[in-house]
Design a protein around this ligand. Structure first.
Ligand code: TPP
Length: 578
């Protein structure tokens, strides 16, 4: 049988190292599905919702470098959108196949018609539609090349009538070229940077995702500069471990020591970070930024110097030009404060909570203790993302995936699917909000179907907790945040997955110990405290005022029980706030 376009597409994906396509089959995708089965070197992962496909591919790409998902015509590929936004904004190299209506129907308001170019424009770095057999191989090679090197989503629109046409060999290459060039600033620029670093006494280094390959160099730099090292959420797992200079994570989910170190220094060095929250950036000190993407320079902070380079390559070239500082006063002060902050964080861990109001901080600290040194964590947007930021420690081998830039709910379970399939030898733990898990519940069946040994932890606070807190600090009533939940343990069991509910804090450790030893998938529904509060490292006056106002309004409306619960759950936090 001669090769059709779908065979050609699948072969090119296989040659590029892609091992699976996450998708829901249907109409115009069916020839591609058939070609996957003919090829045999790649698997079709049959999810229940295309958003899960895109998240799973995004997770696989973040862990392994490149992944693929597909959606069928119209609604099938529209469902990919949220996960693709997340992948694109997480710099995940994903090729998305958006199959679509027959070419002769374009522009005729045909059944399931979308304009894929318009639709995916905002969440991709390459976005084309192949309308002739000649175009497909060339476009696919370009898509792979761009997804990998621009680190984002590349979309190929594929009309159904094209998918079964005879393949036409490309006159150009169909191979993916992976490159790892050495990228560093010019010698003059490095000299300027060295001068600034040698001239200042109080320096703080702040690391993001772009710095994760440069752990050794960052420690060397911090040791020479006597500089505290802060990091973003995406930098945490790779920068925190074996790091005597670390002062923690900053940002909304961060802790005060990182915030202070970044504000009290004379010179802040931003390495490989596009950390988006400008209110957490200092404005009075000098700031230097180094990033592989020069277009990122200066968009978050008022820079004195912005340089383009890979962090490892740049620091290696810079190191011989840096003088060893002797004065450790600034560093010592920041580390001492960090130790205080860490002690405070431990207070919340010791208070385990009450029946059906287990403290999530305690749960996460137990998981931190029990999880493998090389576990992969996926964390839902919401409060459990905060607890993971504060209580899961980096080991150098652990990975943590979340929807850190796109900030979408319901990411953790789908991302865990991609992690478990692409890293079968790793322990995968998903931290799900009850709200988050409810959104993509159907894909628990995907976990069962592929027997993925994911441990799903549901932080069941019967509430859209993060939003409840947002409303409280804004001084508005927490409307529509309560969740009437199903029994998640029974849901898991009905789907063929074991489930456990933990209501008593005294059972947390023993049940989790056993759970982590258990093979196969497992859902653990933990009844957590809906009033657990997470305070950002810096509270604006308006937020404090809002929170006090909210408590006042509750008292006036006779909700004294709730006021009492919030105070008794959080009396230590509230001391810092009101
Ligand atoms: C898809 C999506 N819808 C809505 C939001 C707004 N939002 C952010 S966090 C959150 C609540 C999350 O609730 P849950 O999953 O139960 O986690 P919790 O905060 O209670 O831990 C909401 C509604 C969002 N970020 N993404």
């Amino acid at each position: 049988m001669s090769k059709n376009i779908s065979d050609q597409l699948v072969e090119t994906l296989v040659d590029a190292g892609i091992q699976r396509i996450y998708a829901v089959t249907g109409d115009s995708l069916n020839y591609v599905n058939a070609a996957v089965h003919r090829n045999g070197k790649i698997k079709w992962i049959h999810v229940r919702h295309e958003e899960t496909a895109a998240y799973a591919a995004g997770a696989e790409a973040q862990l392994k470098g490149l992944a693929c998902c597909a959606g069928s015509s119209g609604p099938g590929h529209v469902h990919l959108i949220n996960g693709l936004y997340d992948a694109h904004r997480s710099s995940a190299s994903v090729v998305a196949i958006a199959s679509t209506i027959p070419t002769k129907e374009f522009g005729m308001n045909y059944f399931q018609e979308t304009n894929t170019i318009k639709l995916f424009d905002d969440c991709s770095c390459y976005n084309q539609i192949a309308t002739t057999p000649e175009q497909l191989p060339r476009m696919l090679q370009a898509a792979l090349q761009q997804a990998v090197h621009k680190r984002g989503v590349a979309v190929i629109g594929l009309p159904g009538d094209i998918t079964n046409l005879p393949a036409v060999d490309a006159e150009t290459t169909t191979r993916l070229f992976r490159n790892q060039p050495i990228v560093r600033p010019s010698s003059d620029e490095l000299f300027q940077l060295a001068e600034l670093l040698n001239m200042h006494k109080k320096i703080t280094v702040f690391c993001g995702l772009g710095a994760v390959e440069a752990h050794t160099e960052i420690i060397q730099l911090a040791s020479k500069l006597k500089a505290p090292v802060a990091y973003s959420y995406k930098g945490k797992m790779a920068i925190q471990y074996d790091n005597p200079y670390e002062v923690g994570l900053t940002g909304l989910l961060g802790i005060p020591s990182a915030y202070q170190s970044m504000h009290e220094c004379e010179l802040l060095v931003l390495l490989g970070t596009d950390f988006p929250y400008t209110p957490f950036m200092p404005v009075k000190n000098k700031i230097v930024q180094i990033d592989i993407k020069p277009e990122s320079l200066g968009r978050r902070a008022k820079l004195d110097l912005g340089l383009c380079g890979d962090i490892k390559d740049t620091l290696q070239a810079l190191m011989p030009m840096i003088e060893m500082k002797e004065d450790t006063t600034f560093l010592d002060k920041q580390l001492a404060f960090y130790n205080e902050v860490k002690k405070n964080l431990l207070i919340y861990v010791k208070d385990t909570g009450k029946l059906n109001a287990i403290h999530p901080e305690f749960v996460v600290s137990v998981i931190n203790e029990l999880a493998a040194k090389d576990a992969i964590f996926t964390v839902d947007t919401g409060m459990c993302c905060v607890w993971a930021a504060r209580y899961i420690d980096g080991t150098g081998e652990r990975k943590m995936l979340g929807s850190f830039n796109h900030g979408s709910m319901a990411n953790a379970m789908p991302q865990a699917i991609g992690a478990a399939l692409s890293c079968p030898d790793k322990q995968v733990i998903a931290f799900c909000g009850d709200g988050g898990l409810s959104m993509t519940l159907g894909d628990l069946m995907t976990i069962v179907q592929y027997r993925l040994p994911i441990k799903i932890i549901v932080f069941n606070n019967r509430s859209l907790g993060m939003v409840k807190l947002e409303m409280e600090v804004a001084g508005i009533p927490d409307l529509e945040t309560e969740m009437l939940n199903p029994d998640f343990e029974e849901i898991a069991k009905a789907m063929g997955m074991p489930g456990i509910t933990i209501s008593d804090p005294d059972e947390v450790k023993s049940v989790l110990e056993k759970a982590f030893l258990q093979e196969g998938p497992l859902l653990i529904d933990i009844q957590t405290d809906p009033n657990a509060l997470a305070m950002p490292p810096k509270m604006e006056f308006d937020q404090m005022k809002g929170f006090a106002l909210y408590m006042g309004k509750m008292m006036l409306s006779g909700r004294m029980d709730e006021v009492f619960n919030i105070i008794s759950s959080n009396y230590k936090h509230l001391g810092e706030v009101i």
